[in-house]
Design a protein around this ligand. Sequence first.
Ligand code: ADP
Length: 360
Amino acid sequence: MNSRRRTLLSETSAPNSPGGIDLDRRRLAEALDVVGDAIVVVDAGGEVVLRNNAADRFHDARHADALAGDGLRELMDRARSGEECSRELQLFGPPAEVFWMTARPLVADGRRIGAVGIVRDVTEARRIENVRRDFVANVSHELKTPVGALAVLAETLADVADPVIAKQLAERIATEATRVGAIVDDLLDLGSIESQPAARQEVAVADLVDAAIDRVEAAAAASGHELHVQASDETIICDRRQVVSAIANLLDNALKYSEPGGSIEVTASANDGWVTFEVADNGVGIPSRDLDRIFERFYRVDRARSRATGGTGLGLAIVRNVAHAHHGDVTVESSEGDGSVFRLRLPMTGASNSFFDEGR
Ligand code: ADP
């Protein structure tokens, strides 16, 4: 018998407690267990009269949980004397957790009869808030540079009489405007992949590869890159637009991060219910310490190179989101100086192949 049940029994075994009240208390206790928050009710003297299962964790607890238990008790003592109070508690862990706690006085017929205390785990909510805040800060920072440059260039242009210099300035304005446009386009792409479920249609794998190559063909010709393509004749159920965009992003990177005249292998093969799109280059490669981070938004190994090649820092984040929207994944193998191989793996049926994929 756990301590909550003992509390209930001692309460309900009071001499003149009618069976109806006993049942009501039991229902209430069961109902409070359904709630994810920890809930504790004390009487006017501070004795616990009800505690749900989630609150057991903070009762007679040790280590970090004891801190939360002490914090809640303190709030409830204040609530018993009529004060409504709340606070947030950050536990540094591991695991790092954030709890929001609140306590309210309980009043019946104008008399204070105790207090109720609630502990809510807000760890995930705070994490999401932080990710959002960082994202907004990053977007602002990324846009600030080209927008600032645009302002300066336009001001300078207004005072220039020489048509040759005016033309150069106008060209630089066009470059910066293109950069802003590329960032906004990628942000819109990311946003639409995150907010809309992928539209499913049956498409030939080779058709996806061809469409992606169409997008980079002009750039590849300009830099003298050779593209070697091999695609299976299977079909896949996917969001055509998203998958083409993901493969094109991988191709675009292969061009940007390898020397002009380099060779890029693109293959799409089907195996065991999965299609793997592979893009391999013999370019600069990626240091092993950066491999874990390159799929993060705005993460770049070489900021100067990314900027010089018109990178937005969002390409691989888009690829990763497309993979996840299709219950697939994207991986990379790379060694500095030798080149990189990116593999985008998607289930052919377009559906999650495993029960455990659903929650990702
Ligand atoms: P970017 O717009 O900067 O290319 P991405 O999200 O597409 O942004 O890529 C993130 C970073 O990963 C790049 O800045 C680059 O440093 C690295 N990277 C991506 N693809 C390659 C590749 N094929 N070879 C070497 N480095 C790459």
